[in-house]
Design a protein around this ligand. Structure first.
Ligand code: ADP
Ligand code: MG
Ligand code: ZN
Length: 420
């Protein structure tokens, strides 16, 4: 057993590394600038927590959500690791504990919200703490065009320059463009050691259907999974409300969730989803980051997602416990028109718009695939694989497949001509 695996088991209680973790841990430990792209649930936190313990000084962790930070700090403290957080949610006592640990030189991990980087005194605090490593969780928040963009993430580059220490960035967003943006904004364009691993989630069944009556299709899918926790993603706020009502009328326990609700209402739904069995949340993509429920058994898309990355992230919320999980994505000509016009009418510069059209096209390619969907999906992320046996195209009887041919032809025509 190496020192690292010994520490992994002694401190964290894990008997081995998950696929990909060890190389990342080693790179961070060696003080290399590192970019690690790993799917949700892959175990990214450990990849900075373990090196932080092995290195001199303190690792500052930038993370976008107070709830995520508090969870991690609580978890670390329970393991006996000296960790603390500076967030707006702190009690005075918690903040004093952090300052005391900094001055004692005992703190190993200091979590910080990006907003904190703007505060005067933060840099000198980090110097006083002997900060020797910056870890950036959810690094795609630095991408100006993603829907998780956080302006204060743009301050991290300055922090790295001023502290002059290595930086390790982590994200589950895999597309090449977001990666380039992370490299230019966090690493000043200097290529970090990059790790891209393990995008397959074999327990998640993949399926697409041409949309005819979405309400009926979603309700049949939900009815076949009654009592199981699930998410239905919709393209608009209005649709989350109507579909949630329709599902409730059919006797499901179902709630709408979208960015137009006030934060207290949203919190209520988030918490209910966490603790109740069998709740269906009908949501826009606002329901996402920070949802950490391991036993979501199904995810359905009532409308086509906007990109292949979005699709992957959204279905990836299902089955984090590794047990079988089901997905269904509906799509039709109206979805394609809607998504195209959302891109065209957005405020992004032209090169960005053409990239967004390309991401949408990749998703349509997946929807229109004629052989194993997982192979198509994984090849998009740069992984080769065999036919999976766990997608509709691997298991669908040929005659159902043939029945959808005319519709698929019509869709292909829209795709090719761009007439919509
Ligand atoms: P991510 O940030 O990549 O979504 P997390 O860091 O939250 O993933 O880890 C997901 C889960 O995997 C956590 O419950 C964590 O404790 C667990 N985990 C991480 N590494 C290992 C490991 N080597 N062995 C077993 N469980 C692990
Ligand atoms: Mg994480
Ligand atoms: Zn397959």
């Amino acid at each position: 057993m190496t020192d690292l695996t010994a520490r992994l088991s002694r401190v964290f209680g894990f008997s081995s590394f998950r696929p990909g973790q060890q190389e990342i841990v080693q790179s961070v430990l060696d003080g290399q600038n590192t970019l690690a792209i790993m799917p949700t649930g892959g175990g990214k936190s450990l990849c900075f927590q373990l090196p932080a313990l092995c290195r001199e000084g303190t690792t500052v962790v930038i993370s976008p959500l107070i709830a995520l930070m508090r969870d991690q700090v609580r978890g670390l403290q329970e393991l006996g690791v000296p960790a603390g957080a500076l967030t707006s949610g702190n009690t005075d006592e918690e903040t004093e504990d952090v300052f005391r640990a900094v001055d004692d030189g005992t703190l190993k991990l200091l979590y910080m919200a990006p907003e904190r980087l703007a505060a005067s005194g933060t840099l000198s605090l980090l110097r006083r703490a002997n900060c020797t490593l910056i870890a950036v969780d959810e690094a795609h928040c630095v991408s100006q065009w993603g829907h998780d963009f956080r302006p204060d993430y743009l301050r991290i580059g300055d922090l790295r320059r001023m502290l002059d220490v290595p930086l390790a960035a982590f994200t589950a967003t895999a597309d090449a463009e977001t990666r380039d943006e992370i490299v230019s904004r966090l690493f000043d364009g200097m290529a970090p050691a990059t790790f891209l691993r393990g995008f397959d989630r074999p327990n998640i069944r993949l399926a697409f259907r041409v949309k005819d009556s979405p309400r009926r299709q979603i309700s049949e899918f939900a009815a076949a999974r009654r009592g199981q926790s699930g998410i239905v993603y919709c393209a608009t706020r209005a649709r989350t409300e109507t579909l949630a009502q329709a599902l409730s009328a059919e006797g499901h326990n179902s709630r709408a969730y979208h960015g137009g609700m006030d934060s207290i209402e949203r919190r209520v739904v988030e918490q209910a989803f966490q603790v109740e069995d069998g709740l269906i949340v009908v949501a826009t993509v606002a329901f996402g980051m920070g949802i950490d429920k391991p036993d979501i058994r199904w995810v359905a898309h009532a409308d086509l997602p906007k990109s292949i990355e979005g699709y992957y992230q959204e279905i990836g919320r299902a089955g984090r416990d590794g047990a079988p999980a089901d997905t269904l994505t509906l799509y039709g000509p109206d979805d394609i028109r809607l998504r195209r016009s959302q891109v065209d009418e957005g405020l992004a510069p032209p090169e960005r718009k053409s990239a967004d059209h390309a991401r949408l096209n990749s998703l349509l390619g997946l929807a229109e695939a004629t052989s194993c969907r997982r192979q198509v999906l994984l090849s998009y992320f740069g992984e080769e694989s065999q036919p999976c046996g766990n997608c509709d195209l691997c298991t669908l009887p040929a005659k159902i497949f043939n029945a959808t041919q005319p519709v698929r032809k019509a869709l292909s025509a829209i795709l090719r001509t761009g007439e919509y």
